[in-house]
Design a protein around this ligand. Sequence first.
Ligand code: MLT
Length: 338
Amino acid sequence: MKVAYAMRAVLCTAMLSAFASFPAQAEKIIRYAHFHPAKMEMSNHAAAVAFKEHVEKKTNGSLKVQIYPAGQLGTAQQIMEGLRLGSVQYATVHEGGISSIYKNFNIFGMPFVFDSHAHAYKVLDGEFGKALGDDFLKKTGIRLEGFADNGLRHFTNSKRPIKTPEDLKGLKIRVQPSPVFIEMINAFGASPTAIDWSETPTALAQGTADGQENAVMTILSASLYQSQKHVTLDGHVYGQFAYLVNDRFYKGLTPVEKAALDEGSQIAIKIHRDIARELDMSAKEVLSSKGMTVTELTPAEIDRFRAVAQPPVRKYLETSVSKEWTDKLIKAAEAARH
Ligand code: MLT
């Protein structure tokens, strides 16, 4: 009797270890990083939630999406490294962060290169965007799923209204850690200070910098209006967020999973663009309702900002970043006007 009992125990153990060597189909996890608070009115977050819903539904849960909002997985530069290594599978990152590992992304710091959102979409969704994405993948091992708006960047500051480029002189302006933004602020005769986004609200609140430049969405996302009384709607740069996925991870997916991820990216980008564009278009009302003094500029006044900033930044891009990609962007923008 005892022998039969022992035999059964041995058999059970053998069966369990046999099962252990055939694990249930492991689910694949997408760690998805972005930099906005986890609120549905925030473009990055609403887009991430829609992506998660689509991808999990379309793959019957074989792909699981874990969203890490508000920079929980690190600074933009750290996220880019994570995407390269594969410890972060998916992220939306702005141009400054991307250019920390791929310098050609600096070309998006070219002031006044796009005339409107529709103009920018035509360039970014066309051949130019595809060629840049291919080069980016080759050099970094990260796939570019598409572009969405980081919005029209405007100057804010705590000191005075800015009506002309000269009014910026002497102000200490925080920029994203990106040499091209430093170049632009120098061109205006202001003093640039590069600070990562995660530390920017505190730096402004403590007066480490007098001002900064970002779009309405970003100003709202960190309540910058609490320390920045003045905003000038000059729209000097149309900022980018790129939707990025680690290529090794992507290549390990089944065809169904790849399709779900690609569709999810396009759904997310549409939502992101719609929210950001809507806010850009209602910048005056939105920012005044937060107590900011809003300075609007006429087209002739904006031309003065362009005349001061564009030539030196273009020269910098051509000599220190890439003449090839600067020319390609300008050519694609020109072609998209016709
Ligand atoms: C920055 O200025 O660092 C970026 O625009 C911040 C962001 O959009 O998350």
